[in-house]
Design a protein around this ligand. Structure first.
Ligand SMILES: Nc1ncnc2c1ncn2[C@@H]1O[C@H](COP(=O)(O)OP(=O)(O)O)[C@@H](O)[C@H]1O
Ligand SMILES: Cc1ncc(C[n+]2csc(CCOP(=O)(O)OP(=O)(O)O)c2C)c(N)n1
Ligand SMILES: [Mg+2]
Length: 348
């Protein structure tokens, strides 16, 4: 397979409706620039300005060594070409799709970003132009979200596979297991946009969709600040990667509770409803790739959560309630149980 990453552009958010231009790949058989693997890694991933006193030994040795005063939350996520991002994604888009969902796991735990490691498997056809663009965008994101690149691993392989392990400080982690009967169920922002736009991502000849739908897929916003503010308010939290119904299901099982969701309460822009009709419920509840936070909280915190959302200019919507009963999620639409064809993304 010819590996096709896209052209690099100065502004990765620019004109997301345009089809991606594919280029800048060394054709099979052509010679790569005379730079060794180590020189390339050093040029792309070395000398980043963001640093932290906790990093005692960084890139260049067999292990990194980190010392921290607080407990660290750690999570690893893998992004696979053709599975988590399309094969023709640009270098910048690949950086975004690999990094931002990983950071979202820190948000779900209420953790404060500290550092990350990066495991890269790349096809041999990747050239230095691609790698430099990938490194540049990753560096911007790392600075924006406050994660020091502390180490990693680079190999070749048949397709691009990028693993990002994130580490964040957390004294009182938000867990999936704290939901209690009587709690409210909340979600941040709006789910369904990234899933709604996936067909257009895979086939750019489809009619254009709103820019912010494309941005929801290409540049999800980890809810780091919200996660930290939820410590002490939320009883349980999870980030929505697979689908709202599936991820609330994980939370319900971990907490041993029954979660009821009212479709009428789900935050949803009119355009989504108009385009998808009745299929909208599956998009919003089972689409995935949202990276919003779903959480539970005692009813006494309703007002505080309302003003918290307003202070961030981020919708926080009460979408249901927690009850005692068999662990799981019950969805109701117009007072009747709604059965979805599926509840979220599954790899196998
Ligand atoms: N290959 C694995 N080895 C050990 N633990 C795993 C593995 N894959 C997933 N897990 C654990 O299962 C839990 C759920 O994983 P996952 O669905 O990937 O969570 P998330 O959506 O937060 O990334 C996590 O606690 C994770 O550490
Ligand atoms: C090209 C492409 N096809 C399909 C999807 C949809 N998709 C792939 S993985 C996934 C779920 C999230 O990924 P996963 O590896 O399960 O993340 P985790 O739950 O571990 O955070 C979704 C919705 C996508 N993002 N890109
Ligand atoms: Mg994971």
């Amino acid at each position: 397979m010819d590996y096709a990453f896209g052209e690099t552009s100065a502004d990765p958010t620019h004109d997301l409706n345009q089809p991606l231009t594919v280029l800048s790949f060394t054709p099979p058989g052509a010679t790569l620039p005379a730079m060794t693997e180590f020189e390339l890694i050093e040029r792309c991933f070395g000398g980043w300005s963001l640093t932290d006193p906790g990093l005692i030994v960084g890139q260049g040795d067999d292990c990194l060594v980190w010392q921290d005063s607080a407990p660290l939350a750690m999570s690893i996520d893998t992004a696979v070409s053709g599975r988590h991002f399309p094969e023709n994604a640009t270098a910048e888009q690949v950086a975004q799709r690999a990094f931002l969902p990983a950071v979202s796991d820190l948000a779900a735990m209420g953790a404060d970003p500290a550092f990350f490691t990066l495991a890269l498997t790349l096809p041999k056809t990747v050239d230095d132009v691609w790698l430099l663009a990938f490194g540049r965008r990753l560096r911007e994101l790392a600075e924006q979200w406050g994660l020091v690149l502390a180490g990693g691993d680079t190999t070749s392989g048949p397709v691009a596979v990028i693993s990002v392990q994130v580490h964040g400080r957390v004294q009182h982690p938000l867990l999936r297991s704290g939901a209690r009967p009587g709690d409210d169920v909340w979600v941040s922002g709006q789910t369904g946009l990234a899933a709604a736009v996936l067909p257009n991502i895979l086939d750019p000849t489809l009619p254009p969709v709103p820019e912010h739908w494309l941005a929801a897929y290409w540049q999800p916003v980890p809810r780091i600040e919200l996660g930290q503010k939820l410590v002490g308010l939320a009883s349980a939290a999870i980030d929505v990667s697979d689908g709202l119904a599936a991820d609330l299901g994980h939370l319900a099982e971990a907490s041993g509770v029954r979660i009821h969701v009212d479709c009428e309460r789900l935050p949803m822009e009119t355009e989504l409803r108009t385009r998808f009709g009745e299929a909208v419920w599956e998009t919003v509840l089972a689409g995935g790739d949202d990276y919003e936070l779903a959480f539970t909280a005692p009813a006494e915190h309703r007002e505080t959560l309302g003003s918290l959302g307003r202070s961030f200019n981020l919708a926080l919507t009460r979408i249901g309630r927690v009850e005692a009963g068999d662990a799981g999620v019950q969805i109701r639409h117009n007072g009747r149980p709604l059965t979805l064809g599926h509840r979220g993304f599954e790899h196998f």
